[in-house]
Design a protein around this ligand. Structure first.
Ligand code: SAH
Ligand code: ZN
Ligand code: ZN
Ligand code: ZN
Ligand code: ZN
Length: 468
């Protein structure tokens, strides 16, 4: 693709990074609006592209364009096309060729066969190339001779690929934040206690791995799982029935019909085996695109007949930061946010440390009855009989709001002027006519903050992110 497009794309990306994606989700803010997935969308190597438009004050400015659904950083995928652009046959052909060339070098089937051969090797011949993130067969050693590798890959290591693979670190595209074992175990115990027997893991490789390895080790462990993820490295460790290469921003199955059929079959529950979907998407925005894909997965579940599906939704755990609450509820009014703080291994900020705990902003959103989501009392959670849900220890029931109002786990205080509870560090400012940090600057900007929607600051300085 030519450089004019790359330039245009770059400007659009810079805009997106500065202002965040807003629009339909936040009228009035300046930035990019996601118009969604259209039937005639052109494709990049990541499946159908999404339609965007630059907006200011809720009004479209400039031409609509298509950009990659999965990558927000143009260095990862620089696909760009104006909505009404005429694309020549030659360019279409070149694009198809490009898309083909940018698929993984091995197919999933080939990776499964390679794995079967790999496990037959003696320990001393089992190598994993750290640069290519690939299991190596002896005939391939030569080609990777100047790469770093790990040797003696054990059966246990093959069963925990999320430990063997390095977490992808690209900040915008798909940074991988892996569950701390404490949180992963909590989720699995909860799922089992709630009586689920099938778990659709969408972007939760570590939960999938825990279920898979228990299923292979404990005879009476009945839970099954299927991983849907864009990280194709996992196809080296799981069969086509255990992993689908999937893009959750455009509901695209890279493996085509066979792969989406695997997912459909998995959601088809027989003999009373209940299904739950657990997803932990990248936090970089695009809530609307995610919601759209999840609705599609939920409708696949719904169409798997069963009379008792009438008026019911597929149970879901959507793991996401608390400051996205209003946006998630916009798309899923039946969801409620739980107080449980989800912790990660490799997230410096959100880690459950040895030296006192940093509060994680990540929560579970679910359409299950809140009172059934039992949170660990040993970690300080308690049951509020009025709210009929478990809340964090610092979350006090406010008599005026008649609700346990804290979102971040600290005790919030009620402001009579704002008629709601606010963060402990905030106080009412008569200038702004709302509560804010003591040292805030009373200035209005046209555009609301991307994160909380309030005026006066941008996403980078949003008080709800800083925990102050
Ligand atoms: N906490 C989870 C990992 C969450 S990180 C766990 O420990 O299991 C986000 C996950 O979403 C990663 O596995 C990443 O590969 C995946 N992901 C990122 N972008 C995606 C996309 N467009 N489609 C599908 N999966 C994606
Ligand atoms: Zn792309
Ligand atoms: Zn309460
Ligand atoms: Zn209150
Ligand atoms: Zn103020």
């Amino acid at each position: 693709e030519g450089c004019r497009e790359a330039g245009g794309n770059m400007a659009a990306r810079a805009e997106a990074d500065a202002g965040g994606l807003c629009g339909a989700e936040r009228p009035g803010a300046a930035g990019l609006t996601l118009l969604g997935l259209t039937p005639s969308a052109p494709s990049c190597p990541h499946g159908p592209a999404l339609l965007f438009v630059k907006t200011c004050q809720g009004k479209e400015e400039g031409r609509r364009f298509y950009a990659c659904s999965a990558c927000r950083d143009r260095r990862d995928c620089n696909f760009f096309q104006w909505e009404n652009e005429k694309v020549s046959e030659a360019r279409l052909a070149a694009r198809e060729e490009y898309n083909r060339n940018h698929q993984p070098s091995f197919t999933h089937r080939q990776n499964v066969e390679r794995y079967e051969n790999f496990v037959l090797l003696p320990l001393s011949k089992r190598r994993f190339c750290q640069e290519c993130q690939q299991l190596l067969l002896p005939a391939e050693w030569e080609m990777h001779s100047d790469h770093q590798f790990q040797s003696d890959i054990s059966a246990a290591q093959l069963k925990s690929p999320s430990q063997l693979l390095y977490p992808l670190e690209n900040k915008k595209t798909n940074a991988q934040y892996l569950f701390a074992d404490r949180s992963c175990q909590f989720l699995l115990d909860l799922i089992i206690d709630l009586g689920f027997r099938r778990v659709l893991c969408v972007g939760t490789p570590r939960l999938h791995e825990k279920i898979q390895s228990k299923a292979s080790q404990e005879e009476d462990f009945r839970v099954r799982s299927l991983l849907l993820d864009i990280d194709f490295r996992y196809s080296q460790f799981y069969t086509e029935d255990e992993f689908c290469h999937y893009n959750m921003f455009n509901h695209y199955f890279f493996g085509g019909e066979a792969s989406s059929e695997t997912c459909r079959k998995f959601l088809y529950q027989d003999n009373g085996e209940r299904v739950i979907m657990v997803t932990d998407p990248p936090f970089g925005g695009l809530v609307e695109a995610l919601a759209c894909s999840f609705k599609k997965l939920m409708s696949v579940w719904k169409k798997t007949e069963k009379e008792d599906h009438n008026n019911k939704e597929m149970p879901v755990f959507w793991i996401f930061p608390y400051f996205f609450e209003s946006r998630i509820l916009e798309y899923f009014p039946s969801f409620r946010m739980m107080d449980y703080q989800v912790d990660y291994d490799n997230h410096a900020l959100y880690k459950y440390g040895k030296t006192g705990r940093r509060q994680s902003p990540v929560r579970i959103f679910t359409n299950l009855t809140p009172s059934t989501i039992v949170l660990p009392v040993e970690e300080g959670y308690r049951f509020c009989t009025i709210c009929q849900r478990y809340v964090s220890s610092g979350n006090q029931h406010c008599e005026i709001c008649n609700s346990c109002t804290s979102k971040d786990g600290r005790r919030w205080k009620h402001c009579v002027l704002c008629k709601k509870c606010v963060k402990p560090s905030w106080s009412h400012c008569n200038n702004c006519n709302c509560c804010a940090l003591q040292n805030h600057t009373c200035e209005k900007t046209d555009a609301g903050c991307f994160v909380c929607g309030k005026a006066g600051h941008k996403r980078s300085t949003c008080p709800s992110l800083s925990g102050t």
